[in-house]
Write a protein that binds this ligand. Structure first.
Ligand code: ATP
Ligand code: MG
Length: 588
C-alpha cells in the first residue's frame, strides 16, 4: 500500500522555526555552537553531564521548577524540583567519595524506575565515576556477566533484588567492593557485605563541588540490547551531553514549559540519554512511571499528567493499537503536542494510527547505543513519509555504503538503492569503544565511516528508509528482502497484532520468507485465517517477497527493550542453539 505523506502546516507553526529550512539549518550548524548552548563547569573546569542536567538549573531561575515527577506502582506521587535534585545528587556524590570511589570507577545500578536510580545516576556523574545501568528484570547470569565485564566497583540495588539475584554471585565478583541496598531498615538489616543506601545518604553532606571534568572523561557504560548476539559494552564520555541537549530540541521539540515522558527504562540507552539527561539539560519536567506497560494506565498518565512530549517505542505503540482506537478515544490527551518513537522500525500503520488516536502523527527516529543520541529523525516541522526514519540531524552526515572486499567503502549515491547505513564519525555522543573489545570496535570503521550494521536506503529527497539489520536480511531467489517491509505489510491486516519475519533456508531459493504472527484479541488461529493472511501479503508484496509460510504464535520473542529477536525465531525454527538470550523478555 502507498502511504500518503503527512503534511505539516507551513505557516502559523509557532513552535518550531528551526528545520523549516532543512538545508539552511544544516549548513549553519556546528558542534562548537551547539556546545555554547551549555554552561560548562565554573572557572573553565570542563564539561560534566550532571552540572548541565541539574546544578546549572538549581543555581538559576529553575531552582523550584519540577525536574522529576515519579509515579509509583501503587499510585503514590513524588516530586523533585531542580533544587532538591541537586542536593540529593550532591549527597550521593559525597557518599561515593566517602567510600573511596573516584573518577572512572564503575557504579552499577540494578533497580526498577525508582527515584534512587535517577539520583544515583546523576550523583555518579557528579563524582566523575561511570554510570552503568542494568535492567532490573535481568536474571543472575546477565547481571554477573555485565558486572564482571564492566569491572563494577559499586552496585546500587534494592534489598529484594539483591537477595533474589545478586547474593549468590557475590563470591564470583571480587572487584565488587560496595553494595548499597535501597529498602526499609528492616529489609536491609543483617544482609552481609552490604550497606544501607539511605543511611549513607543521610550521613553524606548535601553540598558538593563537581571536580574538573574533561569532556572526554568516561561517563556512561551502556550494554547494547543483544538483539543480534552477545551484548556489547559501549563507552560514552561527558561531552555526549552536547548531542543529548541539541537533539532534545531538534528531534524531540523540547520547549521550556514541556512536560515530557520517555517510557524507556534507564536499563537501555534511551532511558538514560533521553529518560534522564536530555530533558534535565533543558530544565523541563519529566514524568517517570514505575509500573510496567498497561495501555489504560498509559492513557491515564498522558492525560492526567498533561504530557506534552512523549517518547516511546514501536512495541508500546503496537500494544496500544492492539487494545483498539476506542480506548484511545475515551481519553482526551489534549496537551500532547509531539510524539516520537525509537528502537525498531515504526510501521507506517503505527504512524497513521497516531493520527487516529491522538490527532498527531508519530515521529520515528533512528539511533543506536553506539551513537549515544538521535542521528536520523522526523522533525516537528517536517512532512512525514510514513515508514521512513527521517533525515539526518544537523551535524550528522549519513550515507548508504557498500563494504568492498579490500576493506574500502563505496558510497552509493543513487537514491533508492539499498546498502549499509554509515555515519561520518565526529559527533560528541559517539561511543569511544566497546569495553574490552578493541578489535570489534575497530571493525566498525572503514574509509572514514562508522558502519552501523543496519541496511537502509535513501530517497531522492534525502529521507532514509530502514531495510533491516544486516544480519536479518533475507536472500531469496537472488532478491534481498528486508524483514521490516514484510512485517509492515502483514501489520496492515486487521487480525494481525505483531509479526517477526525470518529467512528459512531452502534448497531452491536459498531462503524463503517465513512469518511468525500474533493475533489481536478476538481472532483465533485457523487454517482459513492463515490462507487469508498469506493471500493478503501476496497481494501487497508480490509472490517473491511475500511469506511462503506463516506460523501463528501467542507472542513474538522480544528483547526487554522491545525489539523483535528474529535471530531467536530463526534458531528455534532451525533447532539451533539459542545463543545469548540474556536480554529476552520474560527470561529471568
Ligand atoms: P545488539 O547490537 O546487541 O544486537 P541492538 O542493536 O538492538 O542490540 P540497540 O543499540 O539498543 O541494540 O539498538 C539499535 C538498533 O535498533 C539499530 O541499529 C537498529 O537496528 C534498531 N533501530 C533503532 N531505531 C530504529 C528505527 N527508528 N528504525 C529501525 N530500526 C531502528
Ligand atoms: Mg546493535
Amino acid at each position: 500500500m502507498e502511504w500518503k505523506t503527512i503534511e505539516k502546516p507551513r505557516r502559523g507553526w509557532a513552535t518550531v522555526p528551526h528545520l523549516l529550512n532543512y538545508e539552511q539549518t544544516r549548513a549553519a550548524f556546528s558542534w562548537e555552537e551547539a556546545r555554547r548552548a551549555l554552561d560548562g563547569l565554573p572557572q573553565g573546569q570542563g564539561l560534566n553531564i550532571a552540572h548541565e542536567a541539574v546544578d546549572r538549573h538549581a543555581a538559576g531561575s529553575r531552582r523550584n521548577h519540577l525536574a522529576l515527577r515519579w509515579l509509583s506502582k501503587r499510585g503514590e506521587i513524588r516530586d523533585f524540583t531542580y533544587g532538591e535534585l541537586s542536593a540529593l545528587t550532591n549527597r550521593f556524590a559525597n557518599l561515593l567519595k566517602n567510600l573511596g570511589v573516584g573518577k572512572g570507577d564503575r557504579v552499577f545500578l540494578l533497580a526498577g524506575r525508582i527515584p534512587e536510580l535517577y539520583i544515583s545516576a546523576l550523583g555518579t556523574l557528579k563524582n566523575g565515576s561511570v554510570f552503568c545501568p542494568l535492567f532490573s528484570a535481568f536474571g543472575p547470569e546477565p547481571i554477573r556477566q555485565r558486572l564482571s565485564l564492566g569491572d563494577g566497583k559499586v552496585l546500587v540495588t534494592t534489598a529484594p533484588l539483591y537477595k533474589r539475584k545478586v547474593a549468590e554471585l557475590r563470591a564470583s565478583l571480587p572487584g565488587l567492593q560496595h553494595v548499597l541496598l535501597i529498602g526499609t531498615p528492616e529489609e536491609t538489616r543483617a544482609i552481609p557485605d552490604t550497606q544501607d543506601f539511605h543511611r549513607l545518604m543521610r550521613e553524606a553532606d548535601d553540598r558538593f563541588a563537581i571536580p574538573p571534568t574533561d569532556p572526554e572523561d568516561l561517563a556512561l557504560l551502556h550494554f547494547t540490547s543483544g538483539t543480534t548476539g552477545k551484548p556489547k559494552g559501549a563507552m560514552h564520555v561527558h561531552q555526549a551531553v552536547v548531542a543529548h541537549h541539541m537533539t532534545g530540541i531538534i528531534a524531540l521539540d523540547f520547549h521550556p514549559s514541556d512536560i515530557y515522558w520517555c517510557t524507556a527504562d534507564p536499563g537501555w540507552v534511551t532511558g538514560t540519554s533521553y529518560g534522564i539527561i536530555a530533558p534535565l539539560t533543558h530544565g523541563i519536567t519529566s514524568i517517570i512511571d514505575e509500573a510496567d506497560f498497561d495501555a489504560e494506565r498509559w492513557y491515564n498518565i498522558l492525560r492526567d499528567q498533561k504530557v506534552t512530549v512523549w517518547y516511546t517505542a514501536p512495541t508500546a505503540v503496537r500494544m496500544m493499537m492492539k487494545v483498539g482506537a476506542e480506548v484511545a478515544r475515551k481519553y482526551v490527551c489534549d496537551r500532547l503536542r509531539f510524539i516520537a518513537s525509537v528502537g525498531e522500525p515504526l510501521n507506517p500503520e503505527a504512524v497513521v494510527w497516531g493520527q487516529e488516536a491522538f490527532g498527531l502523527p508519530i515521529h520515528d527516529n533512528w539511533w543506536q547505543t553506539e551513537t549515544g543520541g538521535i542521528m536520523i529523525a522526523n522533525y516537528a516541522a517536517m512532512d512525514i513519509r510514513p515508514g521512513s526514519m527521517g533525515r539526518p540531524l544537523p551535524g550528522i552526515e549519513a550515507g548508504i555504503v557498500r563494504r568492498e572486499k579490500d576493506g574500502r567503502v563505496e558510497v552509493v549515491s543513487e537514491p533508492g538503492i539499498e546498502g549499509e547505513l554509515a555515519l561520518r564519525p565526529g559527533w560528541p555522543s559517539m561511543f569511544r569503544g566497546y569495553l574490552h573489545e578493541e578489535e570489534r570496535y575497530k571493525k566498525c570503521f572503514a574509509d572514514g565511516w562508522y558502519l552501523t550494521g543496519d541496511l537502509a536506503k535513501r530517497d531522492a529527497d534525502g529521507y532514509f528508509w530502514f531495510v533491516g539489520r544486516a544480519d536479518d536480511v533475507i536472500k531469496s531467489s537472488g532478491h534481498l528482502i528486508g524483514p521490516f517491509e514484510v512485517e509492515s505489510a502483514l501489520m496492515e491486516h486487521p487480525a494481525v497484532a505483531e509479526v517477526g519475519v525470518i529467512g528459512k533456508p531452502d534448497p531452491v531459493a536459498g531462503e524463503v520468507v517465513k512469518a511468525f504472527v500474533s493475533l489481536k484479541p478476538g481472532h483465533e488461529p485457523s487454517e482459513d485465517l492463515r490462507r487469508e493472511v498469506l493471500g493478503f501479503a501476496r497481494k501487497r508484496l508480490g509472490a517473491v517477497v511475500a511469506p511462503k509460510e506463516i506460523d501463528f504464535v501467542s507472542s513474538v520473542p522480544k528483547t526487554r527493550s522491545g525489539k523483535i529477536m528474529r535471530r531467536l525465531l530463526k534458531a528455534r525454527e532451525l533447532g539451533l542453539p539459542e545463543g545469548d538470550i540474556s536480554t529476552l523478555e520474560g527470561e529471568t
